[in-house]
Design a protein around this ligand. Structure first.
Ligand SMILES: [Zn+2]
Length: 508
């Protein structure tokens, strides 16, 4: 279905009584340590509700929002984008309470969620320090609207980018796709957009195309990387390749904000399509579709190869836009499940049943920290996956990977690295394992920069370094699951992807 045919997923009259009963429990002070707020859409307006108060707002018809009503303190009163930078500020204000936190773009990032027909009845956001004990007890968490969980790093560098260094500025991840296409010199349509249905804008302040556009753009995504940690390590010489890009370009100190929910595949797809999750169709890592009675899981090893089938029709990608303008151009998606329209994609191998041989262990591979590979299965596996990604990217820039030759250099390449997410979840963003993951990923990225140099096109290439969401340190003593209290009250519901509540549905 086309986006314009979608009806917002307003709460239905049948669910109203259950929703009010659930809201009374979720916004009770007993659950306040773990529930930050609840988002919902009913009667043509959006609501954010917490133990301290609530706000009701609606679209104003001009791309903005108007507040209809506030009771007590609005949980999303502070939508500033500049909080808790640099790293020392974040560390000094770990686990901010709601009244001390910021929720960037909270009106827009709430409303867009309910534009998807399979949006939940209630979207529960966990508190800044909540530790999902039942889901592995990660020391690093994300998923919420809170600024540390939403904030990804953003570095633009190379051909067509201004060399302004670290600037006190923020953006959104949906801005990446139009900005990449502008860097490549791809024309906009008559509405001034590069992509069908794009939510983002070109980050013109950071571009200078007076000496010509980029012949190539490489986007490098370090999954789940806390931006303060990345910039700090670059400044201290611990991530020399990140520092190299920052030194020749513009880095956004306040980051690029992920859309809601601030989870992986929803936001990878936002980067590649320029649309928010409620608009491209990858609503979450998992959700429930009442129209089919099916649970949809997109972010798993088993479902990555086919995840993009869940996108709404008419969704448009950077790869598509490049091919529309230049039918013969070559584009590549390395280790990236959101590969819509890419000529080369790692996931083509999976769909064809022709997966390259995967090393059993990362021991002996370059850029792997043995100290963490041995004790951590996740660190070990992600190191292998990322090594294979770097290998593919280097091969493509060198003209061959496995038995395939690549006669053309990629106009656009997207490279996804997963180790940073595994490690920052495992130890938290400020841990030694997180730092090791940044160092290892920096080394792999360096191999790709060298491959671009060897191809002789470094000076004609622009680079974009990002993540898909932020990462916030959790507190293991703040745990528990709101589902328990809701079930004790006799409510029937499904809780998908942790926090997407579908009322009246039997649990799967
Ligand atoms: Zn992620």
């Amino acid at each position: 279905m086309a986006l314009t045919d979608q009806t917002p997923a307003w709460l239905t009259p049948e669910c109203e009584a259950d929703a009010d009963a659930a809201l009374a429990i979720l916004t009770d002070s007993a659950l306040e340590p773990i529930v930050d707020m609840v988002l919902l859409a009913r009667n043509g307006a959006y609501e954010a509700r917490s133990a301290e108060g609530s706000v009701q707002f609606r679209r104003d018809g001009n791309g903005g929002y108007e507040v209809l009503d506030t009771e007590g303190t609005s949980p999303i009163a502070d939508q500033s984008t500049d909080r808790f930078v640099p790293l020392e500020e974040e560390v000094a204000h770990k686990n901010p309470r709601r009244r001390d936190n910021a929720y960037p773009h909270a009106f827009d990032h709430t409303a867009q969620l309910f534009d998807h027909p399979a949006a939940p009845d209630l979207c529960v956001l966990h508190s800044a320090d909540h530790n999902w004990e039942d889901q592995g007890g990660h020391r690093g968490e994300h998923g919420s609207l809170g600024i540390i969980q939403a904030r990804a790093p953003l570095v633009l560098a190379g051909k067509g980018v201004r060399n302004d260094g670290l600037v006190p500025r923020s953006a959104r991840l949906v801005d990446i796709a139009p900005t990449v296409l502008e860097l490549l010199g791809i024309d906009r349509d008559t509405d001034g957009n590069h992509l069908n249905g794009q939510d983002g804008v070109v980050l013109s302040d950071s571009l200078d195309l007076s000496a010509g556009s980029a012949k190539h753009v490489v986007v490098l995504l370090f999954d789940g990387t806390n931006s303060n940690v990345l910039y700090d390590m670059a400044a201290r010489g611990e991530a020399p390749n990140v520092a190299r890009l920052m030194g020749m370009g513009t880095a956004y100190q306040h980051g690029a904000m992920a859309g809601m929910p601030t989870v992986t595949l929803a936001n990878h797809t936002s980067v590649v399509t320029g649309r928010l999750p409620g608009h491209h169709g990858i609503l979450h890592n998992a959700w429930f579709d009442r129209r089919t009675g099916q649970q949809v899981i997109t972010n798993s090893n088993a479902t990555w190869p086919t995840a993009m089938e869940s996108c709404v029709s008419g969704v448009d990608s950077i790869h598509d836009a490049v091919h529309r303008a230049e039918p013969g151009a070559f584009t590549a998606a390395v280790n990236e499940p959101c590969d819509l329209g890419a000529d080369y994609s790692t996931f083509h191998f999976f769909r064809r049943g022709d997966v390259p041989p995967i090393p059993k262990s990362p021991e002996g591979l370059p850029h792997t920290t043995d100290r963490f590979v041995r004790p951590s299965k996740d660190y070990s596996w992600s190191s292998v996956v990322d090594h294979m990604g770097a290998d593919q990217a280097v091969g493509i820039w060198g003209g061959s990977y496995r038995d395939e030759s690549y006669a053309q250099l990629p106009r656009f390449m997207f490279c996804n690295f997963t180790l940073t997410d595994s490690a920052m979840h495992e130890g938290g963003p400020h841990s030694e394992v997180a730092a090791a993951a940044v160092r290892d990923s920096d080394g792999r990225m360096g191999e790709i920069l060298t491959a671009v140099e060897k191809a002789g096109v470094f000076d004609d290439t622009a680079f974009v370094l990002i993540a898909d969401h932020g990462m916030e340190e959790s507190d293991p003593s703040v745990n528990g699951d709101w589902d328990v209290a809701l079930r004790e009250a006799g409510l029937t519901f499904r809780d998908e992807g942790y926090g997407f509540l579908y009322l009246g549905e039997q649990p799967g």
